[in-house]
Structures are given as C-alpha cells and as structure tokens.
Design a protein around this ligand. Structure first.
Ligand code: C5P
Length: 222
C-alpha cells in the first residue's frame, strides 16, 4: 500500500500564489488559496513521507504536522532557487503553486508615490522562469514530477501541451472557469505520457490529494 512505499520518501509540494514585489508595500499576486497543495502535503506526510512545503501567498491555514517542513518562498525566482537547492535530495515534486508568469522588471526600494503629473502609471513586467520546466529537466529516472494545468478553455489540449513542454510525469488538469479558487472541491483529469486521460469525478480536494498521493506511490514503486 501507499504507506509502505512512501515511508521515508522525500516529497516537495509547492502551494499558493507567488508574490511579485513592486515596492516594499505592494505586489502582484493571484487568487490561489493554497488548499490543494496543502492537502497533498498533509496526505503525503500522513503516509509517512518527509514533506517540504514551499508556500507563497496562501489564505488556507498552514499545516502543523511535524513531518512537514515549511519554507516561505515569495517570488517565483525565490521558489526556483529553493527547489534547485533541495530537489536533488528528494524523490518527488508536486508543483501545485500558482506561479506568476511575470514580475515587475524593476523593484522600487521605496513606496512609490502617486504621480501628480499624470493619471496613469506603467509598470513594466518581465517573464518569470518556468519552475516546473527548469526542475523537471534535471529529473532523474527515480524522481517524479507532477504539475498542474488550470485553464478556462481548451483544457485537455493545453494540459497535454504542458505535459510535453514541461517534462512532467503527470499533469493534473482542472477547469477553472468553474470557480475552484478557494473551493473545497475540485474536478480534475490526470494526464500522463503512456496512459489514457483519467477523468476523476467532482470530489473534495482532500480526496483529490489522496488519489494524487496514491498515483505518486504507484509511480515510485516502478
Ligand atoms: O503554464 P502554466 O502556468 O499554466 O503551468 C502550470 C504548471 O506550471 C503548474 O504546475 C505551475 O506550478 C507550473 N509553473 C511553474 N513556473 C511558472 C509557471 C507555472 O512552475 N513560471
């Protein structure tokens, strides 16, 4: 069973949205609650894994399980740096975090004042690194990487492209046009290279987490 396989295994989970600072008091964020990632971290720990939980901005409560080590990583670049440091010592990575695609090109080290001369303010954005892709490229055959794809349209087509492009073993695809943010339930489809799409019915995020951890355990036995 999954407890036997996961006992002593080291799993990283990322959760929540990244925070991309504009100045000391402002940032660009998103609506991710962190619930899905936290549920996965809790389930993996419950099955005996040593979990590293990297959190950005979350509204859900942080777990207190002694087998979950929490790292606060704010920006996408910070999250990537931490993962580059710890991924080689781990058996798996679940990228449930909602990573911002861009960050403000220039961080202003003081609170930006209202511009008296104009009604407009422009903030130039620069692309963030693709964390999943960067890390999965370094993956050994004994490691597993799971990504997420949240889409409002052409869900499976886009999720399939992500599976290929990002070198993930599995992509958990969910349709975010149906208000999943902050919800306790989710309906997902699991994509992987050598298997048919697996459409899971609507269930609690806790149940989705249990099934994702089972998937990881099955993969790690191979
Ligand atoms: O490209 P998209 O953001 O839709 O991909 C979603 C997946 O990629 C998620 O697993 C997310 O955590 C990850 N991601 C990432 N780095 C980014 C953007 C997304 O790791 N810059």
């Amino acid at each position: 069973n999954k407890e036997d396989i996961l006992k002593g295994k080291k799993i990283i989970v990322t959760a929540g949205g990244t925070i991309e600072a504009i100045d000391p008091v402002r940032y660009i964020g998103n609506r991710s609650s962190g619930k899905m990632g936290i549920a996965i971290a809790q389930e993996a720990a419950k099955c005996g894994a040593e979990v590293s939980l990297l959190v950005g901005n979350i509204t859900a409560a942080l777990p207190t399980d002694p087998h979950i080590k929490i790292y606060q990583t704010k920006s996408a670049r910070e999250m990537l740096a931490k993962l580059q440091e710890i991924f080689p010592q781990n058996d798996g990575l679940v990228m449930a975090a909602a990573v911002a695609d861009y960050h403000p090109k220039e961080y202003v080290d003081h609170k930006i004042k209202k511009n008296q001369a104009s009604d407009n303010l422009t903030i130039e954005l620069e692309e963030n690194p693709d964390i999943l892709k960067t890390i999965a490229q370094t993956k050994r055959s004994d490691q597993i990487v799971v990504g997420f794809a949240a889409e409002t349209n052409d869900l499976l087509e886009n999720a399939h492209r992500k599976l290929e492009k990002k070198h993930a073993d599995f992509i958990v695809a969910n349709d975010v046009s149906k208000n999943v943010f902050g919800s306790d339930e989710d309906q997902v489809t699991i994509l992987s290279k050598n298997r048919e799409n697996d459409v899971w019915p609507l269930m609690t995020k806790k149940k989705v987490a249990e099934k994702i951890v089972q998937l990881i355990a099955d993969h790690l036995t191979k």
